[in-house]
Ligand binder design. Sequence first.
Ligand code: ADP
Ligand code: MG
Length: 455
Amino acid sequence: MTHETWVAVKAELMKRIGKNNFVTWIEPLTFSQLQDGTARFDVPTTFFGDWVNRNYGDHIQSHLRKHGAAVERLEFNVIAAPVMAAPARKAQAASGPKVIRARSAAEDETPGAPLDMRYTFDRFVVGKSNELAHAAARRVAEGGPVSFNPLFLYGGVGLGKTHLMHAIAHELQARQPELRVLYLSAEQFMYRFVQSLRDRSVMDFKSQFRSVDVLMVDDVQFIAGKDSTQEEFFHTFNALVDQNKQIVISADRAPSEIKDLEERIKSRLQCGLVVDIHPTDYELRLGVLQQKAEYYRAQYRGLEIADGVLEFLAHRITTNIRVLEGALTRLFAFASLVGRPISMELTQDCLSDILRASDRKVTIEEIQRRVAEHYNVRLSDIVGPKRLRTIARPRQIAMYLAKQMTPRSLPEIGRRFGGRDHTTIMHGIRRIEELMATDSQLSDDLQMLRRQLQG
Ligand code: ADP
Ligand code: MG
């Protein structure tokens, strides 16, 4: 392989991953040699090499091969010269390696967080629980006229919010490379804002954020209670909406549920399309496992996985997709290490801690505590005799969840609710079931409580 090959590959990579990512991650690589199937590159830091390998390694290899280079692996060697500019180091120290920039961003370039190459639409498994979120994300990724603004995605951890946002960014960048797509977490937004206050460069900050075409802010619940950041976020948001620029926001709960978020922001966030990603169901979990297992099988050539293992995991690990993925990753790594096929037995050995944690049962006590917290009433009132509606309703909700989420019988539940009769419990549960059909606030509440309890 020659340096010319690398130049050609770079040009292709730029198209593939977008200019921003390219400038940050690929351009600083120096190709040194190809020997015995190993392509070697010089990089400024270990972190840099790891990041590139993990996020762009597959692409680099496949494009090199396309040009006839016999590459089987990549190697990144750290060279001493500090390529990193001062601002990048500051950013790294304050908010973790995710925002590291290999070189100082050009003046007019708005710094975003790097995108994970694996988080594409291709690799997103669609099921009932995320169908709508996926469809909405696809729509935004088409880049047509703005049809809802913002797109607000919410749901518990590990359910694919970040994945979908990155997928939108990848797709937009591929379709319209000139589009300025900015993705970052709310925490990074705050960090940059505070930094600009410190550097007296708020005007630059403002103009940077106001000049993007698509803004995506992940985990927006983070700015709740942070007044000046909220204020700035609000203005940025409005300025972009006024220019008809697409905004995508994610959070771990619905706008109305985010405590200490200003009312005007809540109502702004609700103006567009608000989509809930529900907890996973069995089919989705199995789908995700099957998909990931495909990748692993290719990676660990020849590793066999026994029938029923994936189904078993989909049944037993119900928390979230991140945990599911972690389990599979560990399973393959372990099996290849010990050189044994993935049997049911090996699975149980290797994942015993995860399986045990997933066994964790919700208790009636926990349910009562959560519900009391949520509705701002005393725990003692939940089990006590007061008949006030503001207390009786949360109490009924707790009863309903106790029946749904624990294996306890009605008399047992009655005992834990201050010695109530089982017919009272039944009545409470019926009442909630009736209300749920018409009261969407109530069903949202229930869903969130259930998620928190399972979390
Ligand atoms: P969140 O941002 O909601 O906490 P992430 O987007 O970080 O969740 O997802 C956690 C992990 O699970 C990621 O590795 C992601 O790729 C994976 N994941 C989540 N949902 C899906 C899905 N529907 N299909 C495939 N992988 C998924
Ligand atoms: Mg996330």
